[in-house]
Each structure stands twice: as C-alpha cells, then as structure tokens.
Design a protein around this ligand. Structure first.
Ligand code: SAH
Ligand code: SF4
Ligand code: F3S
Length: 471
C-alpha cells in the first residue's frame, strides 16, 4: 500500500496552528517578554534531521533559536532509544530542567523522538516528570504547532504518542545547522525487525518520500551552495518499495546525480540484504556520489546473523564487498558491529574479528549489546555478562586500530579533495575537513576555507585522522 503523503489540508492545519502560536508570541514580545527556543538532540542523523525541522517550525512560530537551555522559553529534547545509555542520558538531562522551570514559570518543556514514541515511556514521563509540558512521538513532529498551541491555550499537558498511521510530511520549514552540509531524509521507519533493535517499534513502518520531492530538495540545496548532501533512511536500499511510482534507490541516486553543480552525495544506512549490484554500479558511474559505503555487518558469525534476523550470511556480505572493490578500488568502507549479542560464544566473536580483518574496514562503529525491552533478543537466553562484553569490545577496537592506521598510511604522499569544516574541535589551531571517503583530515589554513572544497597533500596519518598541507 502506498504511504500517505501529507495533504494540503494537513499542511494548512499546521499553518493555522503555527499562526496562532506566533500571534501569542508576538503579543508577549510586545509586552517585553522574550521568546527563545532551544532544541537539544540525541541519537542518529535521522534525529538531527528531525531537529532541524523542529527548529524550522519553532522559528515559524515566532521563536528565536538559542544554543543554551538556560536562555530558552521553550526547550525541546529530541531523544534516542537505541541503547539503554542513550535513554538514561535523555532522562537525566530532562531531570535537570526542573530547576529551569522553577526559575522561569512560563518555560515550556517538550520531549520528542524515539524514546517517547513508546507509550510506556510517555506514561513514565507523565507521572515522574510533572514539569514536562508535552511529549510527541517521531510520527507526530508536524503536529508540533497544534501541541504547543494546546499547551498555551488550555494550559494542559499533552501526550501524543505514535499511532501507527504515520504520514510522510512535506513542506515543513527546515532550520539547517550548516550552510554547506545538509541532511535529506528520503524515507522514514524500518521494516526489518533485527531482533536486538528498538528502531522499528519507535519509528514505525517504512515510508518513502516521492522522488520528485527529494530531487527538488537536492536541487535547491545545490543552488544554495550546499556541498555535501547526505541522504538518510534506516535502510535506504528499500527506498521506494511503498511508492506507486516505480523508483528504487539506485534509480533515485541516478535522478539526484543529474542535478548539476559542485557537490557530493552520501547516504546511510544500507542493509546488506538489499544492497544491489545496480546500486554499486550507479555509485561507480556517477561522479557526484562519494566513494564511501557504510555497510553494517553487526557480526561475523552466521549463527549470530541468523539470531539477529539479519537475513544475509558472511559469504553474501563478502561477495558484495568484493564487487564494490572491483568496481571502485579506492572505496572507503565502514560498518557497525555489535559485541555481546545473547549467545555470542568466543568462537562467534572470533569470527567477527576475522571478518573485520578480512574486509579491512576504514572505520568501525562498535556497540556493546544493550537489552531493549520489547525486542526478541531481550528475552533470549545466554545474555552475555558486562565484563565479557567489555573485554570483547577492547579486543575488537585493538584489532581495528592497526587496520585503520595501515589504511590511512596508504594516503601519505597523496593529494585528496577535502570539504573544509572549519576549526577542529580537538585541536583549535588546525582546520578540519573530510575526504570523499569520509576520513577526517587536519591541516593549517585560514578559517575562510570553511565550506569549500580544497586539495590537501597528506603528510602523516594515524588510526583516526590524516594530516596534511593545503596545496
Ligand atoms: N538502520 C541502521 C542503523 C540503526 S541503529 C542500520 O540497520 O544500519 C545504528 C546501530 O546501532 C546499528 O547498526 C547497530 O549496530 C546498533 N544497535 C542497534 N540496536 C542496538 C542494541 N540494542 N544494542 C547495541 N547496539 C545496537
Ligand atoms: Fe534496526 Fe535493523 Fe532496522 Fe537497522 S535495519 S534500524 S538495525 S531493525
Ligand atoms: Fe536513536 Fe531513533 Fe536514531 S532510536 S539511533 S534516534 S532512529
């Protein structure tokens, strides 16, 4: 069945509520009040992209965006639920807002995102965090003006969880954090139900944006001078399956790449079970597509891959990697690995180490398995103790460090094109940027290079960064 795309009526309703909130804010400002908004984001790029829409809507409602919660009259926390740690952090930060509310009785506090999309967490917030004014699920972002209006007019707390009938919102305003790097969500939700993962429960079923909307957004971004555009979806390879019009991800990439200009396209994430040869062919052919692939493996053991419901085995995964390298010999490949999934034996874990060595990843994102209530893996037997998980993680990181360093050293003496991202956060004397392969490069130069493509000759390399000089 085709996804329900936002109708004009729905957009008009959103705009009506936007206007009602704006009028109240403008009236308050005339009386000397301040109307500042702060959006705090946890979690993945999808959440960052959602937060840019939340911020855009807040601006439309007459708020001025600020960086610090202490200066805000409305705080919105966009939460993540993927691991226990992420939830604990979001809850503890929310706990800290109590004293802001005591200082500013007019302060409005709202919690959105994946953590509160489950009704049990929404209930918990309702009862244990009385100073939180509203909660909204991931499928309800576009209802924000209506929710804020309700809180303002009725003075009542509002709890709007996901209802499983998500639409594909179009036409929402976006406040982009960067003037040269942009997120573009191409689809929402996930249908894969990997047994460890909470995402399908909090993000709902897969729904794709129409290709013409995506191409239009990319064309506007390129015209506005954006240099790096990252297409987002939980599994971009299943893009288009729910559309009436036939357009798979490879076709979408071809259509996007036809936009003329000086920019690169990245995408994430890809599920190995759906990564097609055609997708790899398009990447090899289209100059705008960065030669970088994030292909989450999760485990090198076929037994565990089955228990995780990943629906591919090591042989299939490796044949994809071979095909990629055959078509694009210099492609940079990264992956996600979970250590300590229930039932992971020493032999399973060693297969993961072997897989990591065999593939030779440029970068690894490693996670200790975290039990998520409601997922099948949470009730599996043979949960692994924390000490073993920790030890396995350290062993994995050690193996990867030498692989990454060796890979990075191959760049020494070569010149790479880098999109400059301004001063480095770890070394303020240096500028930083990323290569087409998404590798971090540190170099000397003038801050005015930020947002520009430049050529850097690499003189040194470590496991996590390259060093060089602007040519
Ligand atoms: N949709 C993306 C990733 C979503 S979550 C994909 O499938 O690639 C990002 C990563 O978090 C996953 O790839 C996985 O490695 C990790 N992850 C998800 N659930 C987890 C859990 N319960 N414990 C530990 N890591 C988890
Ligand atoms: Fe989670 Fe799997 Fe979906 Fe990724 S593909 S979001 S890991 S269920
Ligand atoms: Fe977290 Fe939701 Fe992303 S659970 S990782 S913010 S999709």
């Amino acid at each position: 069945m085709a996804s329900h795309i936002f109708t004009n009526e729905e957009n008009n309703e959103r705009l009506e509520y936007t206007l009602r909130v704006k009028e109240k804010n403008e009236a308050a400002k005339l009386l000397g009040a301040r109307r500042n908004a702060c959006v705090v984001t946890y979690g993945c790029q999808q959440n960052e992209a959602d937060s840019e829409r939340i911020a855009g809507m807040l601006e439309e409602m007459g708020y001025t965006l600020v960086k610090s919660e202490a200066d805000a009259d409305i705080i919105i926390v966009n939460t993540c639920a993927v691991r226990d740690h992420a939830e604990k952090r979001a809850l503890s930060i929310t706990g800290g807002y109590k004293h802001f509310k005591e200082k500013n009785r007019d302060l409005i506090i709202g919690i959105g995102g994946c953590m509160v999309s489950k009704s049990d967490m929404s209930e918990k917030i309702k009862h244990s965090y009385p100073y939180v004014d509203f909660v909204f699920g991931t499928e309800k972002i576009f209802d924000l003006p209506k929710i804020i209006c309700g809180v303002m007019e009725k003075g009542k707390r509002m709890f709007v969880s996901n209802t499983g009938d998500a639409t594909v919102p179009e036409g929402l305003p976006v406040h982009r954090e960067s003037g040269y790097k942009a997120w573009v969500s191409i689809m929402y939700g996930c249908n894969n139900f990997c047994t460890y993962c909470i995402v399908p429960y909090v993000r709902g079923r897969e729904r794709s944006r129409r290709p013409e909307e995506i191409v239009r957004e990319v064309r506007e971004l390129v015209a506005d001078g954006y240099k790096e555009i990252t297409l987002l979806g939980q599994n971009v390879n299943s893009y288009g399956k729910d559309l009436d019009e036939k357009c798979d991800f490879a076709t979408l990439l071809r259509r996007i790449s036809a936009v003329e200009g000086d920019y690169i396209i990245r995408f994430m994430s890809s599920h190995p079970k759906d990564a097609s040869k055609e997708l790899i062919d398009v990447m090899a052919e289209e100059k705008h597509i960065a030669k970088q692939f994030h292909l989450p493996l999760q485990s090198g053991s076929d037994t565990l891959l089955r228990a995780m419901n990943r629906r591919y085995d090591m042989a299939q995964y490796l044949s994809l990697i071979d095909y990629m390298r055959q078509k694009m010999p210099n492609i940079a490949i990264s992956t996600d690995i979970i250590v300590g999934f229930p039932g992971e034996t020493e032999a399973d874990f060693e297969q993961t180490l072997d897989a990591v060595k065999k593939v030779g990843y440029d970068m690894l994102f490693t996670f200790i398995y975290s039990k998520r209530t409601g997922t099948p893996a949470a009730v599996m037997e043979n949960q692994i103790d924390e000490k073993t998980k920790g030890e396995r993680l350290s062993r994995l990181l050690k193996v990867q460090e030498s692989i990454a360093e060796a890979k990075n050293r191959e760049y020494i003496g070569k010149t790479v094109r880098v999109l400059c991202e301004g001063a480095s956060k770890t070394n303020s004397e240096k500028l930083t940027g990323r290569t087409e392969g998404n590798k971090i490069v540190l170099f000397d130069g003038d801050a005015s290079l930020e947002g520009k493509f430049i050529n850097v000759k690499i003189s040194d390399a470590a496991a996590f960064a390259l060093y060089g000089d602007v040519e």
